[in-house]
Ligand binder design. Sequence first.
Ligand code: FES
Length: 105
Amino acid sequence: MKVIATDQNGVRHELEAIEGWRIMEILRDYGLPIKAECGGCCCCATCHVYVDEKWIPKLYPPKPEEEDLLADAVDTKPNSRLSCQLLMSAELDGIEVTLAESARP
Ligand code: FES
């Protein structure tokens, strides 16, 4: 199972993922530049990523807490999500995300 992540410098990384892990944890464990200040409690928005459009229909829609945080984030786009709220599953094998500038530590 894989996550394809492009960092803020445009470098593409292919990361091994584990089912049930948050995408934020995978990005962080591989040392990609992601702040994830709150550790996944959905209260900081510093795990902000852009999800490649083709994967959006496979994701659970954001909960109200996530929507509220994204509404206050500076560099959001329609495909913005908080990576701590995205759990890896077989359906998401190969998901492509790009780290937002606001996630940089
Ligand atoms: S790590 Fe803080 S909201 Fe995701």
